[in-house]
Write a new protein. Structure first.
Length: 81
């Protein structure tokens, strides 16, 4: 039996393109706004994690936009069987 690839980027590539855009926006909002609010509890570790999540939010937002482009290309140019 072949091994099933359940990687999130692969799943987003096979989903409609707009699913990846919504997922990317949710990831960005969580990392840029919600995670810092949850992590800023007065400890040095929490403050560092909060600053890091704000820094990484655009990077992860763009990473999750890549499957949208691939999904759109896949829908426009289906494989001929």
């Amino acid at each position: 039996m072949p091994k099933r690839n359940d990687h999130i980027l692969f799943l987003l590539t096979t989903a409609p393109w707009w699913v990846s855009i919504i997922f990317s926006a949710v990831v960005y909002v969580v990392l840029a706004f919600l995670a810092p609010a949850w992590l800023e509890n007065g400890s040095a570790i929490g403050e560092g994690l909060a600053q890091t999540s704000v820094t990484l939010a655009p990077i992860f937002g763009v990473i999750f936009l890549i499957p949208a482009a691939l999904s759109l290309l896949r829908r426009r140019h289906p494989k001929k069987q």
